[in-house]
Design a protein around this ligand. Structure first.
Ligand SMILES: *Cc1c(COP(=O)(O)O)cnc(C)c1O
Length: 220
């Protein structure tokens, strides 16, 4: 046994408690199970327990898992990692949403390759101003937003961030507040923020999608 049942219950309880503190409804927060580097069998188990939204970082791993798990009803794939233009086709083909859009070239390629329903996209914002991390600088977000909005097969639904690692969950709060303010300015409803270390704080600050890997599937 993987122990995922008990872990999922614990994560649900923490989401419910954070929502209660914030006066929000648990149904307004989507739990995205981050399954990168974990075997497809574990995703099957999680799906059997009712999870439907899964996050993957690497385009080829996403392509392979989507093929292997094509029989699972209602499963939605979320691509959450940095994407190179030459791999955009894999995401365009199978993803329900892309959370790490930070360059026009990738957006153009995704739009060109997408068929069917528009690909839901979150613009990734580099809230910490870290040189090593992806994401558009906050002051450049509006320009990218306007350019992406003009593309036909993408639907901009929100903003995403991965704050710099801090000593405590509280250390992420200012980043989450900054992301929420920016989303409000742009009129975007979605906020993809919060991971194992800080998802409760993210929910208190308005997260609509939390991306949780380790708390559900264990260390990678
Ligand atoms: C790996 C990853 C996560 C999940 O992180 P955990 O700490 O395992 O919950 C969330 N978001 C992104 C962008 C990631 O790369």
């Amino acid at each position: 046994m993987s122990g995922i049942g008990a872990r999922l219950e614990a994560v649900h309880a923490r989401i419910t408690a954070a929502c209660a503190r914030a006066g929000r409804r648990p149904g307004d927060v989507t739990l995205l199970a981050v399954s990168k580097l974990k075997p497809a069998q574990l995703i099957r188990e999680a799906h059997a327990l009712g999870l439907r939204d899964f996050g993957e970082n690497y385009a080829q791993e996403l392509r392979d898992k989507a093929a292997e798990l094509a029989d699972l009803e209602g499963l939605r794939w979320h691509a959450i990692g940095p994407l190179q233009t030459n791999k955009a086709k894999y995401v365009a083909k199978v993803a329900h949403a892309f959370h790490a859009l930070d360059r026009l070239e990738v957006a153009q390629e995704l739009s060109r390759r997408r068929t069917g329903a528009p690909l839901r996209c979150f613009l990734e914002v580099n809230v910490g101003g870290e040189a090593t991390k992806g994401g558009v600088a906050p002051q450049e977000a509006r320009a990218l937003f306007e350019q992406v909005r003009a593309l036909p097969n993408l639907e901009l639904v929100g903003l995403m961030c991965l704050p710099p690692p801090g000593p405590t969950a509280e250390a992420s709060r200012a980043s989450f507040q900054q992301l929420r303010a920016l989303a409000q300015e742009l009129g975007l409803p979605g906020l993809s923020m919060g991971t194992t270390g800080d998802f409760e704080v993210a929910i208190e600050e308005g997260a609509t999608h939390v991306r949780v890997g380790t708390a559900l599937f264990g260390e990678r």
